[in-house]
Design a protein around this ligand. Structure first.
Ligand SMILES: NC(=O)C1=CN([C@@H]2O[C@H](COP(=O)(O)OP(=O)(O)OC[C@H]3O[C@@H](n4cnc5c(N)ncnc54)[C@H](OP(=O)(O)O)[C@@H]3O)[C@@H](O)[C@H]2O)C=CC1
Ligand SMILES: O=C(CO)COP(=O)(O)O
Length: 342
């Protein structure tokens, strides 16, 4: 196998990114854990489960053999769900060639610890160039060649540029930056906030409620992000505000659709089963609350989502509690002072 790019995770986003790189002329192999599914993709040129109807490029290779997939990779792009991320790093550590760099497009935290994915990469794959790929990008739209923009964030500016070059295409603008923590925080937190707007829309609360939730949700992202050391410009960019708007308003979002179902009275297990794909907010809400508590922050919308996801409140009870909160200034004192320093 002579592929230079190994994409690990053959769901909708891994498949879309692998297809884009292969169309860019980058020798690419897509790895998935199900040998039958990978064989079907190879013979039909389609990921029938996760991207039905999208023709994959003939140049794309497929494998269910992790060791063979990464044996000659120069860049490994991990796109498994966050709950599988740490185990995947453990599996990859002994297999990666010494010169291979790593990037990931997973959104979320390590479940149970709230650790950022870049921290896990630094622990399990130390010393390798590392970058996160994030931004407002529904896999189906990217795979269909609709115009999109993402951002690639790395401590190593030249590596960010190289990863962006692999992805950048006539219909996909790949920007670069250095704030991995900010990019990961925005990409994780928007999934929780998308549940909130979904619930509101599912309950038929109207467009004012949706805009209010997006804006106050952005405020929660800024407060948690700046407390953790994220740069405000990252949170206000593609990986934060951009993805928040997309996911809170676009019905292609699995997290928004979970909220819509909950707002319409569907039980969470039934809603997740009907969606049939990863819904990161279910685990991420716990970690956002863990981080908020650690930094002594009150994040009422995120807390309401957490409480509804755990069945501690109905959507109506959560709404009543949010609306009954005390009247206060729009910004806590000092928020923009901290942002100015970011
Ligand atoms: N879809 C999108 O538009 C975008 C998704 N993302 C992020 O990308 C990540 C992946 O999501 P996405 O591709 O959408 O997910 P999908 O639900 O489309 O697919 C999930 C994929 O992960 C695989 N998988 C699940 N568990 C494991 C595991 N333990 N080891 C290896 N593979 C596993 C599944 O395999 P199997 O079929 O065998 O279960 C499947 O291929 C998420 O963090 C998501 O937030 C980011 C931007 C856009
Ligand atoms: O991250 C995404 C778009 O940027 C996909 O959102 P969902 O996981 O909610 O579908």
């Amino acid at each position: 196998m002579t592929s230079r790019l190994a994409v690990i995770g053959a769901g909708s986003w891994g498949t879309a990114l692998a297809a884009g790189a292969a169309r860019n002329g980058v020798p690419t192999v897509l790895w998935g854990r199900d040998p039958a599914a990978m064989a079907a993709m190879a013979s039909h040129g389609e990921n029938a489960r996760y991207l039905p109807g999208i023709a994959l490029p003939a140049a794309l290779d497929y494998s269910a053999d992790l060791a063979a997939t990464v044996a000659e990779a120069r860049l490994v792009l991990i796109v498994v769900p966050s709950h599988a991320f740490a185990d995947m790093l453990v599996d990859l550590a002994p297999l990666l060639p010494s010169g291979a760099a790593v990037a990931w497009a997973t959104k979320g935290f390590e479940p149970g610890t709230g650790r950022f994915l870049h921290e896990l990469v630094a622990e399990h794959l130390p010393g390798r160039p590392a970058a996160v790929v994030t931004g407002p990008s529904f896999a189906r739209e990217v795979a269909a060649g609709l115009p999109s923009a993402v951002t690639v964030l790395s401590d190593d500016a030249e590596f960010a540029r190289q990863v962006a070059q692999v992805l950048h295409a006539p219909q996909l603008r790949a920007y670069t930056g250095s704030d991995m923590l900010g990019g990961e925080l925005g990409g994780a937190m928007k999934n929780v906030l998308a549940v909130a707007t979904g619930v509101a829309d599912g309950m038929g609360l109207g467009l004012n409620a949706r805009a209010g939730l997006i804006t106050r949700g952005m405020n929660e992202m800024l407060r948690l992000g700046t407390a953790l050391g994220a740069r405000a410009e990252t949170l206000m960019g593609l990986s934060g505000l951009g993805d928040l708007v997309l996911t809170c308003t676009g019905d292609l979002s699995r997290n928004r659709r979970l909220g819509l179902a909950l707002g319409q009275g569907v039980a969470i297990d039934d809603a997740v089963r009907q969606i049939g794909q990863v819904v990161e907010s279910v685990l991420t809400a716990d970690e956002v609350m863990r981080l908020a508590s650690k930094h002594d922050l009150d994040l009422p919308i995120s807390a309401a989502v957490y409480s509804v996801l755990h069945g501690r409140e109905t959507p109506s009870e959560a709404l009543q509690r949010l609306m009954a909160r005390e009247q206060k200034p729009e910004y806590p004192q000092g928020l923009f002072d901290r942002i100015g320093q970011g």
